[in-house]
Design a protein around this ligand. Structure first.
Ligand code: C2E
Ligand code: CA
Ligand code: CA
Length: 539
């Protein structure tokens, strides 16, 4: 955590700013997520529609081609030749009997007649577009939007039959700008049977390697219909619709919801910050009115069970007698910067209350918890130096506890901690094992001692996965020639186990709760041996 980061954090600690930032971030997140979701859904629908359209087209084409083939085969089987009344009747009969046959034409090169004489097929006069072994095909390439014009004509011998555009389109609405193309010459040429001509090939890598019928490009959806004939293929092309208008409706539905939720988040943040703010105001008052107290939790030599020092712990007892947990107000004070005042207060109280005891017991020490902001600047060194000189206490009797969380900007922290050690203070790593300190990282830090977090002491002797952590930390500390203090020892069995693992020091309710200065002084001066006894917190 660099000092710039600390400054930024206190700059951001304004209720309205935080609430607005939270609301804006929330709105941005929700809206972009909704936008993405709606966009995805619209695209999915578009793709599904095209697939369905393609499937319906294919079904219809199979029906139509089946009927056209049957009709032209039937006409050929009747062995009629020349345009006479019998021919006209036969041609008209085919038209009546087959729903998809629009007209039937006879053309032997000399004579030609049709079931619809008024529209006598000009198509059948030109060479077929596709000439298969049995059937020939003519494609009507006109773009006139007349449903009654022939779109496909199939011929065999002198006979040909056609289907109208209407029969192709009555099952599917061709999307605006979309076309049905017949692809010829092994994919090189495409003739539109319905709809406008399309740029061909429709994609740079045509034909595509995949056998998937639907191909989605940036501008169009291309549905390939594989036919049994190697001579031609059918392709349905629809330009991709502009998604935005389609999305608008869905977005308008999501927009107010997102804004409402963002507003709610902003309001929650505001409430939370106000609550914290009021706690922070109360803390300011508490500091002024002297509601904060310092307690000392004794630290013992696990072998001799003698007290070797203490950890200073702050307490906030309100005028009505209720205690506010440091776990609640310390993190808040770290955010607001009030922690500096608390650290100074603890140091000042400790030297005022225990100065004499420390002078009389030169081996006794008291450790003080430092927050990240205390470690980031050299200020604390100056404060403690002034107090030590004033109370004539040696620097090695004051230790400092820093957590792994407080060591984010390791380079700055290392310099400040080294400066504290240079004048004789001890540096302890608190709550060891709960952060991310690795062995390699630890080696580079100027520390004297590791405090193993209570969580790992609790796990000792249990089958929990973390039960092996404490012995591991102990071995690691010994390898680095660091002392170890076990925190939160509540059971005799834990003390014995830790002692057998080579841990020399410990604190916890087994020995003593945090004590007030008088109780702690008594404990030290009487040199009470506390094995099996506990002194209660009387703050
Ligand atoms: P910490 O530094 O890990 O302090 C140890 C905590 O464990 C203390 O809680 C202590 O009362 C508690 N404890 C000790 N032995 C036992 C035990 O056997 N069983 C159980 N259940 N708990 C035990 P406390 O005093 O509530 O402090 C909580 C945290 O608040 C401290 O954790 C420390 O991070 C912070 N804190 C307390 N005083 C100060 C202070 O003066 N300055 C700063 N910066 N932080 C402080
Ligand atoms: Ca501590
Ligand atoms: Ca701790």
């Amino acid at each position: 955590m660099s000092s710039a980061y600390v400054r930024l954090r206190s700059a951001l600690y304004r209720p309205w700013l935080m609430a607005t930032l939270a609301a804006v971030a929330c709105a941005a997140l929700l809206l972009s997520a909704s936008f993405g979701l709606v966009m995805h859904q619209v695209q999915q629908t578009e793709i599904e529609q095209m697939n369905a359209r393609g499937d319906r087209f294919l079904d219809r084409l199979e029906q139509i081609f089946g009927q056209l083939r049957e009709s032209v085969d039937l006409l050929n089987e009747q062995n009629l030749r020349g345009c006479g009344p019998a021919m006209t009747a036969a041609l008209q009969q085919v038209g009546f009997d087959n729903r998809f046959v629009y007209d039937a034409v006879y053309n032997d090169g000399e004579q030609s007649c049709s079931s619809r004489p008024a529209e006598a097929g000009t198509l059948a006069m030109r060479a077929p577009d596709i000439k298969g072994p049995t059937y020939s095909y003519w494609l009507n390439t006109t773009t006139q939007p007349d449903d009654n014009l022939a779109a496909l004509r199939l011929g065999r011998g002198p006979f040909s039959v056609s289907t109208s555009r209407g029969h192709l389109t009555d099952v599917v609405d061709l999307a605006p700008g979309g076309s049905l193309l017949v692809v010829l010459d092994k994919g090189k040429r495409a003739v539109p049977v319905l709809g406008p001509a399309q740029a061909w090939p429709p994609a740079s890598d045509w034909p595509p390697p995949s056998q998937q019928p639907l191909l989605v490009t940036r501008d169009s959806l291309i549905y390939r219909m594989f036919t049994k004939s190697p001579d031609y293929q059918l392709v349905l092309i629809a330009p991709r619709t502009n998604l935005l208008p389609k999305m608008n409706a869905a977005l308008w539905a999501l927009f107010p919801g997102s804004l409402l939720l963002a507003g709610f988040v902003g309001w929650m943040v505001l409430e939370l910050v106000h609550e914290r703010r009021s706690l922070s105001n109360e803390l300011q008052g508490a500091l002024r009115r002297g509601e904060l107290k310092v307690l000392y939790q004794p630290i013992f030599d696990l072998n001799s069970r003698r007290c070797v020092g203490a950890e200073a712990l702050v307490r906030w007892r309100r005028p009505d007698g209720t205690l506010t947990s440091p776990d609640l107000f310390i993190p808040m004070a770290e955010n607001t910067g009030q922690i500096r005042e608390i650290t100074d207060f603890v140091l000042q109280q400790l030297l005022e209350q225990l100065g004499q005891l420390l002078r009389a017991n030169p081996h006794l020490y008291v450790s003080v918890n430092l927050a990240a902001v205390d470690v980031m600047v050299p200020r604390i060194g100056r404060v403690v130096a002034r107090l030590l000189a004033q109370h004539r206490v040696s620097a090695h009797q004051i230790a400092f506890e820093v957590t792994e969380r407080g060591l984010i900007d390791v380079v700055v922290a290392r310099d400040n901690l080294q400066a504290l050690r240079d004048v004789g203070h001890q540096v302890l790593i608190d709550d060891f094992g709960t952060g991310y300190c690795s062995l390699a990282y630890l080696q580079t830090l100027p520390v004297d001692c590791l405090k193993i977090d209570k969580a790992f002491i609790d796990a000792l002797g249990h089958d929990a996965a973390s039960s092996g952590v404490a012995p591991h930390i102990i071995r690691m500390a010994h390898a680095l020639q660091l002392r170890v203090i076990a925190e939160g020892i509540e059971l005799e069995a834990q003390a014995l186990l830790l002692s057998s693992e080579g841990v020399n020091y410990g604190q916890g309710w087994l020995f003593a709760h945090p004590l007030n200065a008088r109780q702690f002084s008594e404990l030290v001066t009487r040199g009470r041996r506390l094995a099996g006894r506990r002194i209660d917190d009387e703050a």
